[in-house]
Design a protein around this ligand. Structure first.
Ligand code: NDP
Ligand code: GDR
Length: 374
């Protein structure tokens, strides 16, 4: 039985990858951080009682800032594959916490690679690094492929640039099977609530049900290549099954704006939106109601405004990936379109919003987390 160790197992990708590997028959180990409240919502459904013999899913307390702890976990688990998905993954937050972001997103990767080397696992343990399209930042070529030069635009991207190169360096210097997936944006109903897609689907579902008044957004002209996390974790695994380690772009090859994503989400809720103004003044108003999912709204209501607080000190305006190499060498093609994914996200958030609206109607306190960052 193969053993995998996943950092970031409590995150979006970690949870899908853990499910995927368990289905493939792996024993799956995950590193989770100590938190003052439960932080395992995304993996609770695959949790196995460690007291039961033969459990194939195991969690270890750890942190990417703690080298001795990472070394001990790797020594104990003796993994065939390590997936380094753990990160302070929010670009806007990295401007507020640049040093911490560097410690986790850059040094964390080095700590894992050094632990593998220190333990003499260079020839045993394969290593996947979650690299990012943010490396391209101020883009030098469109679409972006494996050979496109990098120009990172945030402390997050600069930290991830270090990790990209240290993975390449350990491959070249020590013959390790280490590779980078240059992942373009990928989303799902499990996406963190402060990334733009989830902020939109959750926010609009809440507004439609009368739980919030308005969505406050940053740069809605930003263009992204959005895929589904399920497709991307499958590719992460495929990359570690080759004879030779290589880096791959993982993307859909289709590009849309944040404004498009807002319109699609609204349409899923049975609302047609009209955008008025531009730049910092733009608003989105309800132009027509075509379905019954938005009882709290009427034509003319403003559901989105721009708040310059969400503009970033340096923005990545446009990203579009070319994953032909992944298609040719690995036979990988994404199964989900961005629109399908958006529909799935809206439908998940609508179920939650309806439940909360029902509680509110009965005068019960809402279990709604208010998160202003991002
Ligand atoms: P999430 O933000 O959903 O998950 C991040 C994970 O990292 C969480 O499990 C988090 O734990 C954990 N983590 C954060 N800080 C530490 C730390 N100091 N030590 C150990 N673990 C830590 O990210 P995604 O699942 O979306 O992304 C997975 C990886 O892929 C990340 O590295 C991200 O940067 C990268 N990536 C993601 C893309 C995307 O579009 N989703 C695109 C390109 C790259 P906790 O739950 O306790 O916070
Ligand atoms: P990104 O994702 O920065 O690309 O990083 P995010 O969803 O945060 O932003 C995408 C684009 O939308 C614009 N935007 C807003 N973003 C947020 N979060 N909130 C807003 O209100 C808002 N309004 C407009 C942003 O400016 C940006 O242009 C994600 C993360 O998952 C990284 O970890 C990963 O490496 C990259 O994708 C690829």
């Amino acid at each position: 039985m193969k053993r995998a160790l996943i950092t970031g197992i409590t995150g979006q990708d970690g949870s899908y990858l853990a499910e995927f590997l368990l289905e493939k028959g792996y024993e799956v180990h995950g590193v989770k951080r100590r938190a003052s409240s439960f932080n395992t919502q995304r993996i609770d459904h695959i949790y196995e009682d460690p007291h039961i013999n033969g459990a194939r899913f195991k969690l270890h307390y750890g942190d990417l800032t703690d080298a001795s702890n990472l070394t001990r976990i790797i020594a104990e688990v003796e993994p065939d594959e390590i997936y380094n998905l753990g990160a302070q993954s929010h670009v806007a937050v990295s401007f507020d916490s640049p040093e911490y972001t560097a410690d986790v997103d850059a040094m964390g990767t080095l700590r894992l690679l050094e632990a593998i080397r220190f333990l003499g696992f260079e020839k045993k343990t394969r290593f996947f690094q979650a690299s990012t399209s943010e490396l391209y930042g101020l883009v030098q070529e469109t679409p972006q492929r494996e050979t496109t030069p990098f120009h990172p635009r945030s402390p997050y991207a600069v930290a991830k640039l270090y990790s990209y190169w240290i993975a390449v360096n350990y491959r070249e210097a020590y013959g390790m099977y280490a590779c980078n997936g240059i992942l373009f944006n990928h989303e799902s109903p499990r996406r963190g609530e402060t990334f733009v897609t989830r902020k939109i689907t959750r926010g609009l579902a809440n507004i439609a049900q009368g739980l919030e008044d308005c969505l406050y957004m940053g740069n809605i002209d930003a263009l992204r290549d959005w895929g589904h996390a399920k497709d991307y974790v499958r590719m992460q695994w495929m990359m570690l099954q080759q004879d030779e380690p290589e880096d791959f772009v993982i993307a859909t090859g289709k590009q849309y704006s944040v404004r498009d994503f807002i319109s699609w989400s609204a349409r899923e809720l049975g609302i047609e939106l009209e955008f008025n103004g531009d730049g910092t003044d733009e608003i989105a108003q309800v132009a027509a109601i075509t379905g019954g999912n938005a009882p709290a709204l009427k034509v003319g209501d403003v559901v989105m405004r721009i708040d310059p607080r969400y503009f970033r000190p340096a923005e990545v305006e446009t990203l579009l990936g070319d994953s032909s190499k992944a298609k040719e060498k690995l036979g990988w093609v994404p199964e989900f379109t961005a629109q399908q994914m958006c529909a799935e996200m809206v439908s998940g958030d609508l179920v939650t919003a309806r439940r909360h609206a029902l509680l509110k109607a009965h005068g019960l306190e809402l279990p709604v987390a208010v998160e202003d960052q991002g």
